[in-house]
Design a protein around this ligand. Structure first.
Ligand SMILES: Nc1ncnc2c1ncn2[C@@H]1O[C@H](COP(=O)(O)OP(=O)(O)OP(=O)(O)O)[C@@H](O)[C@H]1O
Length: 356
């Protein structure tokens, strides 16, 4: 199956430092994909290779079945790729009106003016064409940058951390707006971000990058529920890891005997049980779950971080709780897991000589 964007085996080094080590990524037509990963993992470099600003050392970049890059052989110039780009901080031309900024990549004339008005309306800025960029808020400038990228009707839009410069409240609104605009335009988009909430709430497909490769990709829910390993689980959300032992289809850990998330292949033996702290549910004595003592409580606004020590072996874990009022330090509570944990074979080597 072909995607609208197909990246195959792309490698790129700067000097002797390999940054992309064989990136494979396929984005279906009309899909909004987010590339997520820690700082320096090569996200921006990948975006720049797709845009044509960097030459890949090897590998293929195809958009809509058209070969744009093939290692050292083919390299279509950025302006001939039919790709729209929304840079980090809008980067509008400060001396040009909003309309002129949007028309920049068009051929000019009446059609360009009509198209500019059309995309400005699409991003919710109808009537702003005569303003200068400095007369707009940061969020509005970003929307102009999006309009400019959409104006020539590209088949692919690249967004490089598009909300970085904005304050958190605005980010949340704008990302839903941008998502709506990209949908309405029917365009395929690839966004780079290091904000996991942004990736999860906006994208149809999340690609997790590690060591210059796409380590896992899938729908946000799929990647969140079924991460490929414990490290990737921590890329996309908070985790609590408990030691456990897997046998006969169940993992035995301090929270009891649990079935791992469906479809997860787990070899018998020692394992890490990877939980999401917001899925650990606190209850009172009458509820189900393991008994635990509250060790610490941290107010976090919309929820509360509750640190617990489980009765019995004293295993420590923490919970992101929505129980109101929050429990008090010293109180005894019950804790159980809503849903199923991800389970992985224990990563570190067994402590030889100590275990029997
Ligand atoms: N033009 C360049 N010359 C030399 N090294 C570069 C160049 N561009 C990027 N790098 C290096 O490549 C690595 C990956 O950079 P890149 O910007 O792709 O990472 P990133 O995942 O986008 O990071 P961030 O989230 O911090 O933006 C970094 O170590 C960076 O220093």
């Amino acid at each position: 199956m072909m995607g609208l964007l197909d990246v195959t085996g792309v490698t790129k080094s700067f000097g002797t430092t390999p940054v992309l080590r064989g990136v494979d990524l396929q984005i279906p037509d009309g899909c909004l994909a987010a590339v997520l990963g820690p700082s320096g993992c090569g996200k921006t470099t990948l975006l720049r290779v797709v845009a044509g600003f960097e030459r890949a050392d090897a590998g293929l970049v195809d958009v809509g079945g058209r070969r744009l890059a093939d290692g050292g052989r083919t390299h279509v110039a950025p302006e001939r790729r039919g790709i729209g780009i929304v840079p980090q901080e809008g980067a509008l031309f400060p001396h040009m009106s909003v309309a002129k900024n949007v028309e920049f990549g068009l051929r000019g004339g009446r059609d360009a003016r009509l198209r500019s008005a059309e995309v400005l309306e699409l991003v919710g800025l109808a009537g702003y064409g005569g303003r200068m960029p400095h007369e707009l808020s940061g969020g509005q400038q970003q929307r102009v940058a999006l309009a400019r990228a959409l104006a020539p009707e590209p088949s692919l839009i690249l967004l490089d951390e598009p909300f970085n410069a904005l304050d958190p409240g605005l980010r949340a609104t704008l990302r839903q707006e941008v998502r709506g605009v990209l949908r309405a335009a029917g365009v395929t988009a690839l966004m780079v971000t290091h904000d996991r909430e942004e990736a999860m709430s906006m994208a149809d497909l999340v690609a997790l990058m590690r060591d210059g490769r796409v380590a896992q990709s899938g729908a946000p829910r799929e990647v969140y529920e079924r991460p490929a390993d414990a490290e990737l689980a921590a890329y996309i959300g908070e985790t609590v890891v408990l030691p456990g032992e897997f046998r006969a289809g169940r993992v035995h850990c301090a929270l009891g005997r649990l079935a791992p998330v469906e479809g997860m292949e787990v070899p018998a033996g020692r394992c890490d049980v990877v939980l999401r702290p917001e899925r650990l549910v606190l209850g009172t004595d009458a509820d189900e779950g393991a008994l635990a003592v509250v060790k610490d409580v941290t107010f976090a606004g919309h929820d509360t971080v509750v640190e617990l020590a489980l009765d019995g072996d004293g295993t420590e874990l923490w919970v992101r709780s929505h129980v109101y009022p929050a429990p008090l330090v010293g109180e005894t509570v019950r804790v159980h897991l809503a849903g199923a944990p991800a389970v992985f074979p224990t990563s570190e080597l067994p402590a030889r000589g100590i275990l029997v």
